[in-house]
Ligand binder design. Structure first.
Ligand code: GLN
Length: 489
């Protein structure tokens, strides 16, 4: 049973062949065995999950209609608000925060009859590329427990890879779905900005943040996107469906894209290590064999993406995180000597190093005298990057590139060198700056047997085509079927 995909499990539960209760119990068995090593979860909801699973079995047995994810155990990154349990965002400042409402994406999972089994670990406030910045715990990579799972959605990605859930939701501000998916050998999709509601997602960089699926297969990603996509009146940046209709992403998934034209950016990809480049070239060759035309393009402004991103993201973060003041909600210092210390000590005591660094960077970039030189300049670079994509997409259906310069790195390797950590985001952040969708799918292993991902980017609101392109590859290869060997397995 643990070898089923989310879609297979859903189909078998709906057909009455497997009970959701059994499937959910089996997941908790695995959690008991492997979670102490992997550390994917911040909180686990066993009783609630088993009860929901039993209810769904009753409804199936009674012939009542059930939702698209009926009975499937899923986890969510702990930056999505839930009325049950805490919503910590991986931070001590929110360790005991109980949200008064559910995020829209969570509501949609519940309405689709998914079983929410756990909330998963992450870098504090989603700031990081390795989950080492979590203020609460360490998550390891299921393929090699001395390595990071990637970040900031390292918990959800490790959980899917270790089969501690059938699918998960992550969030991606600069790569936090795609990069951990790549490091853990699973599929991760960052949808177009505005495709999925951000209501109830704890804000990091509001013009960049987007919720998306992390799953075992492209098919499962299409299934989850079907559930979470769509306009939400509670999020003014979610896009009106009359402008960009949501479609059934599963329906045409198996229809290959005809006359497929793929762009690659050779100079840019050359920055990745040799084995990552080799895996990319081999993946592109698979598409060529399927009849795709490959064109080389130049995207001169991508070189500036890291600089622009780390100004824009930190500027937005400094503003978004001003609300954690020890007064409204969250952690409050125990011994303030005056009201100023309520603010300063609460923030000093409960925010981690990386979060403080970013608040300071962002505040500096927004301060008068520096605003034009940094923030405004970064916005201009963002427009140029967007322009590079628009120009290239006139000539092709999608762009392929690495997800990250290397496979998963060692725990501790980059944590003391923030610049090295930032540089590892080079391939993912431009999709967020441009607002376009991007997917990471497994495309090979390096010499240490660590998974490598292929990144595919496409124009805004073309997730249907993007998923079909990804699926063409998945049908030709078996990388996505490989599973890490865990202790005692
Ligand atoms: N690694 C990037 C950062 O630290 C992206 C994080 C994310 O996508 N949430 O900002």
């Amino acid at each position: 049973m643990d070898n089923l995909t989310a879609k297979q499990l859903r189909d078998q539960i709906a057909a009455g062949q497997i009970s959701s209760l059994e499937a959910t119990k089996a997941v908790f068995e695995r959690i008991k065995r492997f979670e102490p090593t992997i550390g994917a979860y911040i909180s686990i909801y066993e009783d609630q999950a088993l009860k929901t699973a039993a209810d769904i079995d009753c409804r199936v047995a009674a012939g009542e209609p059930v939702g698209q994810l009926a009975g499937v155990p899923v986890s969510i990154k702990d930056n999505m608000c839930t009325t049950f349990g805490a919503t910590t965002c991986g931070s001590k400042i929110l360790e005991n925060f109980h949200a008064p409402y559910n995020a829209t994406a969570v509501e949609k999972l519940l309405a689709a009859d998914a079983i929410l089994i756990a909330k998963a670990n992450m870098d504090e406030f989603a700031m990081g590329s390795s989950t080492e910045n979590s203020g609460l715990k360490q998550t390891v990579n299921p393929w090699d427990t001395t390595r990071v799972p990637g970040g900031s959605s390292g918990g959800p990605a490790a959980a899917v890879a270790a089969r501690l859930c059938y699918a998960a939701l992550g969030s991606d501000t600069g790569g936090s779905i795609r990069q951990p998916a790549s490091f853990c050998g699973v599929v991760g999709l960052k949808p177009t900005y505005g495709r999925v509601s951000r209501y109830g997602l704890v804000a990091y960089g509001s013009s960049l943040d987007q919720i998306g699926p992390i799953t075992q297969t492209v098919e499962d990603t299409a299934l989850i996107l079907n559930v979470i996509a769509g306009h939400d009146p509670a999020d003014s940046t979610s896009v009106d469906e009359t402008m960009a209709p949501v479609c059934d992403y599963l329906e045409k998934l198996d229809q290959p894209v005809e006359d497929l034209r793929i762009a690659i950016v050779p100079q840019f990809a050359a920055g990745a290590d040799e084995q990552v480049q080799k895996a990319l070239n081999e993946a592109v060759a698979v598409y060529k064999k399927l009849g795709a035309e490959i064109i080389d393009v130049e995207m001169p402004h991508l070189d500036y993406a890291i600089a622009a991103y780390y100004v824009i993201a930190t500027a937005e973060a400094s503003s978004n995180l001003a609300r954690y003041d020890g007064v409204h909600y969250g952690y409050r210092t125990e011994s303030p000597s005056d009201y100023i210390e309520v603010y300063s000590k609460s923030r000093a005591e409960a925010f981690g190093e990386e979060v403080k660094r970013r608040i300071m960077l962002g505040t500096y970039a927004l301060s008068s005298g520096y605003y034009d030189a940094y923030y405004l300049k970064a916005l201009k670079v963002r427009s140029l990057i967007r322009g590079d994509f628009t120009r290239v997409f006139e000539k092709c259906d999608c762009i392929m590139m690495p997800v990250a310069p290397t496979a998963a790195f060692k725990i501790g390797e980059k944590v003391d060198d923030p610049l090295q950590m930032y540089l590892s985001d080079i391939y993912t952040i431009s999709a967020n700056l441009a607002g376009i969708p991007g997917i990471s799918i497994p495309c090979g292993f390096d010499e240490n047997d660590l998974p490598i991902g292929l990144q595919i980017l496409s124009p805004t609101f073309t997730e249907d085509k993007l998923l079909r392109i990804a699926r063409m590859y998945e049908k030709e290869t078996d990388w996505h079927t490989r599973k890490p060997k865990l202790n005692h397995e």
